[in-house]
Design a protein around this ligand. Structure first.
Ligand code: KIV
Ligand code: ZN
Length: 537
């Protein structure tokens, strides 16, 4: 029998009747978010447990049907993250990834068993190039592996997804045999990924049509798309796959993922919603969460969202040219096909200042969707007051940056306490830094080739380490010379990568915080053995 989430086939009532006319033939598309698995596989995008839990919480709340929470066999850290997300999820199915190996499947089953609704997602390569060079197996051997591993997964759990890695470069006759074997052994979802982002929309649609037509009992499984963006076609291909009969879309927030990334969840959701006139589908996603989720994932991964990114980019609803502004003033629909508020964009508001009290601050955090415990609230309030003293206007974006920074700092064993930097043309630039290292305050003074270098040298002299700096990026949170700087720092050591973020009106303080945050993540990864990015799956 298919698990609950699958039995809503056929006509369903549209979720939002203001945008979806009473269309009785509307079908539901399941949104399978893999930000925490495929997204986290991007080199440098690895996240802490705390960050993963927060992202899973917002995905669950926004209506994601299936959350792929990680790859449990990859590390103890990944196992813990999947298990913990499984325990906490309220509505979403929690999936874990497993190679076609018994140990992977068993470990995955262990992790997802805590979920109200759990899924094992197992995969094997099917294309000739993967069989020859990666697996060194024949087609018949891979068919036996599919039978063996799907059966093993079904013995552990009812909800099993099977993926044909590199499906789009697999001859259709052989792909039909593989899919048939997986369905026969009880796979409830069949995913046919465009692993290398090679397909075009017409080809991808035709592949689903042929497989569904030719494979016996194909109607017993839900078909799924999973598209990579190497040619910039991931979203178009995903929608084409749906036109070919797929009813699950695998995607990630901000399109995070291996290489050029995956199909972006926010683009899929808004395309389906905005063009409901030609796409008779609905998703369960509440789009008001999209911008917040995007910011959260960008903060945790350290991957900035490009300004012109569809739906969630800073400029996605900005109008610069006189003609566009004139049109917008007369009727927003002249140049906007979606309303910014639909995706959670709020007009920047000047809301808080140095006279705002703790109560107003707590209410503001609630409005922005943050629910902090007493200690975190206390610290965030102290930093807000400090910010309001230094910055003329405190915007919602400032508070968001400050609180996200606070959440990152919470639980870190090493923290920045005080920093004084002497900079200017005279040189050498000097940094005097005090840090809290496991409860002990240590101060060091260092020079460097510029103030940032001096600051990082001071950190290195307090906490000696071998990590090398592979990214240093500064963004202004709002406009004006008193804007908070949001800094991303990526460190690499021994094949492990970690990205940290810091925010402050002082770019150097933000830089020090970001560096220390990346250092803490790297240290954690070294302790838990989390490789930060999956090696050859
Ligand atoms: O891109 C891919 O093929 C994958 C599979 C593991 C589903 O991510
Ligand atoms: Zn993938």
């Amino acid at each position: 029998m298919l698990p609950d989430v699958f039995i809503q086939e056929g006509p369903i009532q549209a979720r939002d009747e203001t945008t979806m006319t009473a269309n009785t033939t509307t079908e539901q598309i399941r949104i399978f978010d893999t930000t925490l698995r495929d997204g986290e596989q991007s080199p440098g995008a690895s996240m802490t447990l705390e960050e993963k839990l927060q992202i899973a919480e917002i995905l669950d709340e926004m209506g994601v049907d299936i959350i792929e929470a990680g790859f449990p066999i990859a590390s103890n850290g990944d196992f813990e993250a999947v298990s913990e997300i499984a325990k906490r999820s309220k509505n979403s199915v929690i999936a874990g990834l497993a190679r076609a190996i018994h140990a992977d499947i068993d470990r995955c089953g262990e992790a997802v068993k805590h979920a109200g609704k759990g899924r094992i997602h197992t995969f094997v390569s099917t294309s000739p190039i993967h069989l020859k060079f990666q697996m060194n197996k024949t087609e018949d051997q891979v068919l036996d592996i599919i039978t063996d591993t799907v059966t093993r997964s079904r013995n552990l759990i009812d909800d099993v997804e099977w993926s044909a890695m590199d499906a789009t470069r697999t001859p259709i006759d052989y792909l039909c045999r593989c899919v048939e074997a997986a369905i026969k052994c009880g796979a409830t979802t069949i995913n046919l990924p465009d692993t290398v982002g090679y397909a075009t929309p017409d080809e991808y649609k035709a592949m689903f049509e042929q497989i569904r037509e030719r494979v016996p009992d194909s109607d017993k499984a839900i078909f799924s798309v999973h598209c990579h963006d190497d040619l910039g076609l991931a979203v178009a291909n995903s929608l084409a796959g749906v036109a070919g009969g797929a009813r699950q879309i695998e995607c990630t927030i901000n399109g995070l993922g291996e290489r050029a990334g995956n199909a972006a969840l926010e683009e899929i959701v808004m395309a389906v919603r905005t063009r409901s006139d030609i796409m008779p589908y609905v998703t369960r996603i509440d789009p008001k969460f999209l911008v917040r989720a995007s910011k959260m994932v960008s903060g945790a991964s350290g991957f900035a969202v490009q300004y012109n990114k569809a739906i969630v980019g800073k400029n996605a609803f900005a109008h610069e040219s006189g003609i566009h502004q004139d049109g917008m003033l007369k009727n927003a629909e002249t140049y906007e096909i979606m309303r910014p508020e639909d995706v959670g964009v709020k007009a920047t508001s000047l809301v808080m200042g140095k006279h705002s009290g703790r109560h107003a601050f707590r209410d503001k955090l609630k409005e922005l969707g943050f629910d902090l415990g007493d200690n975190a609230l206390q610290d965030a309030f102290r930093r807000f007051k400090d910010l309001a003293d230094r910055k003329k206007h405190v915007y919602d974006e400032d508070i968001e940056a400050l609180v996200e920074d606070e959440i990152t700092i919470l639980g870190e064993s090493t923290k920045v306490i005080a920093l004084t930097v002497i900079a200017g043309t005279g040189g050498p630039q000097k940094a005097i830094l005090t840090m809290d290292v496991n409860g002990q305050h240590i101060t060091k003074e260092c020079t460097g080739d510029g103030p940032v270098d001096a600051t990082f040298n001071a950190i290195k002299s307090i906490v000696p380490h071998e990590a090398t700096l592979s990214l240093y990026q500064v963004h202004a949170v709002t406009e004006g010379t008193d804007a908070q700087a949001e800094v991303s720092v990526r460190l690499e050591a021994g094949g492990r990568i970690a990205t940290g973020k810091g925010a402050d009106t002082d770019t150097l303080v933000a830089s020090a915080r970001a560096y220390v945050s990346a250092m803490n993540k790297l240290a954690l990864r070294q302790q838990t053995g989390n490789p930060g990015a999956l090696q050859a799956v």
